[in-house]
Design a protein around this ligand. Structure first.
Ligand code: NAP
Length: 315
């Protein structure tokens, strides 16, 4: 799509659209229509709430049976990461072959990339080393999250909507393609090592720091449900304490944002598409954090009032 002198790819339009949807949801989630519960507008409102909430923030929503029919267990979150590890691992393999052995992508992948890129890449200045590192880091991130889902987190019987489930599956597929598109035509100059710049180091340092915070937060959440020996004692939701939970209700969501910002840094800040992904993650995680924070504030009288929802000292 061309807009004035700016050319937008399919992924640019998609990530902008998703960011806008979550921004609107963030701004409007508290608006509750003062209407009879049987009318169509009320039903639409319930559907909206059902689509933006999941897990504990959905539990107190008074939903009709037809809405419950679309519930999928939240403990299936690991499916997203398993798909991401598999898919992004395959893409990484193709990319390594592409840059080291100069083997072209299979025709089905070229076809998909042509559709997804749409226009000659706007990210042609992105160093090849950046594309490679971002793919590697995305793979590492997905693998860590998969292991956390399987071996650290203790899930209750919370639910997500089928639409959210399908969205989660598609999300990591499109994300991998988005990274691959950043070096669509393999225009890297010089050896990979000669491309190394300060922003690669800074991005990796931020990635490691944010991953540590996210992992620590997942461990603290799991400990709310387990005893000293590691056995599960309860599936109730409790007030999280320790680590970055002293500053915000959802440090793992804040860490997620930092992880995506770190990948933008690895791109040298040159990928407009990746900044749009960051924008989407910002509004998506801000909404989830705000819903969680509102639940904690209303449920626990002694909940620390100084805690922010998402970004320490800010939001
Ligand atoms: N990039 C994206 O678009 C995107 C989207 C969504 C999530 N994520 C990331 O995925 C990760 C997981 O997200 P999530 O929304 O599933 O996090 P979450 O709702 O906080 O759940 C994480 C784990 O902690 C448990 N838990 C949550 N609050 C608890 C409490 N008060 N007491 C005891 N246990 C509690 C949950 O159990 P339950 O089974 O009871 O919930 C689950 O096992 C996060 O790091 C997030 O950033 C990324």
């Amino acid at each position: 799509m061309t807009w004035g002198s700016v050319s937008l790819s399919f992924t640019d339009v998609l990530w902008s659209f998703l960011a806008l949807c979550f921004f609107v949801a963030f701004c409007t989630h508290k608006i509750s229509p003062n209407l009879p519960r049987k009318c169509e507008t009320w039903r639409l409102y319930l559907l909206f709430q059902d689509l933006i909430r999941y897990g504990k923030t959905k539990q107190h929503l008074k939903r009709d049976d037809w809405l419950r029919a679309f519930d999928v267990p939240k403990r299936w979150f690991w499916h997203f990461y398993a798909i991401s590890v598999g898919w992004n691992g395959i893409l990484l393999g193709f990319y390594l072959n592409f840059i080291f052995r100069h083997q072209s992508y299979p025709s089905w992948l070229t076809g998909i990339l042509d559709i997804v890129t749409g226009v000659p890449s706007t990210d042609s200045q992105v160093p090849q080393l950046s594309s490679l590192l971002v793919q590697l880091l995305l793979f590492v991130h997905s693998l860590r999250r998969l292991l956390e889902c399987l071996f650290v987190s203790v899930f209750s019987d919370g639910a997500i909507h089928l639409v959210q489930y399908v969205f989660g599956v598609c999300y990591y597929i499109v994300l991998g393609l988005t990274v691959l598109c950043s070096d669509r035509f393999g225009k890297g100059t010089g050896t990979l090592l000669s491309q190394l710049d300060w922003f690669h180091v800074a991005g990796n340092v931020l990635f490691i720091g944010a991953s540590v915070v996210q992992h620590q937060s997942m461990v603290l959440l799991a400990r709310l449900r387990t005893g000293k020996s590691g056995t599960v004692e309860t599936l109730a939701h409790r007030v999280p304490e320790g680590g970055w939970f002293e500053l915000v209700s959802c440090p793992h969501y804040f860490a997620e944002l930092l992880i995506y910002v770190s990948l933008s840094l690895v791109f040298g800040g040159l990928s407009l598409t990746w900044w749009l992904v960051v924008l989407y993650v910002l509004f998506n995680q801000a909404l989830a954090a705000q819903l969680c924070h509102e639940l904690y504030m209303s449920k626990y009288e002694s909940y620390p009032r100084h805690r922010k929802a998402f970004i320490p000292f800010v939001l």
